[in-house]
Design a protein around this ligand. Structure first.
Ligand SMILES: Nc1nc2c(c(=O)[nH]1)N[C@H]1C(S)=C(S)[C@@H](COP(=O)(O)O)O[C@H]1N2
Ligand SMILES: [Mo]
Length: 333
């Protein structure tokens, strides 16, 4: 599948906030035109194939300790015109059990994690397995901004302007063989810096996740290295994490050190810890309640009440539903 592009806008037109807002309007118009043509209306980038020099994604607050600015980002693929969550929301209300189970624990404790140098091993059923330094993994690929909803299985959600690269480009570079049918992801295991990993009662460490190969290759699936124009804060999964916007948030594994092409469905952290409540697929689905709560609605942070209707596939059905034909949407997977 291709992400459709339209002619590029000179960077001179998009560097300040006023023009940035105009660009958002432009994207909406492009979306309307594409709908008439029958293409996926919302999966539209407004840059050409070449990066826009110095564009860094949606402007955020000044660079904080531990962050670096990002440039040469392909402007947003707009999937939603909903209001973005603030940088403060996105970096203070987190799930990252390696740093504790409270929502504010990751912000308070994740600073202890050393994220540079960082290596990512990509191996398993592929012709060109590699041990990458993070920079070498990212460099050959075009950074893009992706504004996605994130829906946690707990019933809260946010809208986040991620910066990342398509996982498909990274996997193609290692040339998966015909045996590769699933992809397994593993988080760093370093109890000396991730104090939650000393707590054996929460999850089996290191945290692992998995996707079917076609899910991993879907153009919506990205490896994110930043948001709001800067590198990720540790609490969001620095320096590199998965983002799979049509699945519950726990599939979007943080601080990845290994990506393995495998030939069977891998064990995954939440499914292992409680298979009755957390499936492998875990596609966002308002029709299938969690055993302990409804999934019909969600609380959009920072709201206190559940006032948003949860959408099938988190609203990304146009792009992903065809991967699940034959699956009964009323069932738990
Ligand atoms: N390694 C690791 N990855 C993780 C988690 C975790 O505890 N450990 N929590 C998951 C859950 S439940 C959610 S909702 C998202 C939250 O991402 P955010 O904190 O960046 O919003 O990260 C996911 N990735
Ligand atoms: Mo979550």
């Amino acid at each position: 599948m291709l992400i459709k592009t339209t002619p590029s806008i000179p960077s001179s037109e998009i560097t300040d906030e006023k023009h940035y807002l105009q660009r958002r309007d432009f994207i909406r118009l492009v979306g309307g035109a594409a709908m008439i043509a029958g293409a996926a209306p919302w999966l539209q980038a407004c840059a050409g194939d070449s990066p826009i020099a110095d564009f860094a994604g949606t402007p955020g607050p000044a660079v904080l300790p531990g962050q670096s600015p990002i440039s040469n980002v392909k402007p947003a693929v707009i999937t939603t015109t909903e209001k973005l969550n603030s940088f403060a929301d996105i970096t203070s209300y987190n799930n990252f059990y390696e740093f504790g189970m409270g929502k504010n624990d990751p912000q308070r404790h994740a600073g202890s994690l050393t994220t540079s140098p960082w290596k990512v091993k990509i191996d398993g059923h592929c012709a060109k397995p590699a041990d990458y330094q993070l920079e070498d993994l990212i460099k050959p690929h075009q950074l893009e901004e992706r504004i996605y909803r994130l829906r946690c299985v707990e019933g809260w959600s946010m809208v986040i302007p991620w910066i990342g690269i398509p996982l498909a480009s990274v996997l193609k570079a290692v040339e998966p063989t015909s045996k590769a049918t699933f992809v397994k992801f593993t988080t760093l295991h370093r109890p000396s810096e991730m104090m939650g990993q000393n707590d054996r009662s929460s999850l089996a460490w290191p945290y692992t996740e998995g996707l079917r190969l076609d899910e991993a290759m879907n153009p919506l699936t990205i490896l994110s290295v930043g948001l709001y124009g800067k590198t990720l804060m540790n609490q969001n999964g620095a320096p590199i994490r998965l983002v799979v916007p049509w699945k519950y948030g726990f599939k979007s594994i943080k601080s990845i050190v290994r990506i393995e092409l495998v030939d069977r469905m891998p064990a995954t952290a939440w499914n292992q810890s409680n298979p009755e409540e957390y499936g492998f697929y875990s596609n966002v689905n308002p029709q299938v309640d969690h055993p302990r709560w409804s999934q019909r609605t969600e609380r959009r942070i920072p709201a206190v009440f559940k006032s948003h209707q949860t959408e099938m596939f988190n609203g990304y059905g146009d792009q992903v539903a065809s991967m699940y034909t034959g699956m009964d949407l009323r069932k738990f997977y």
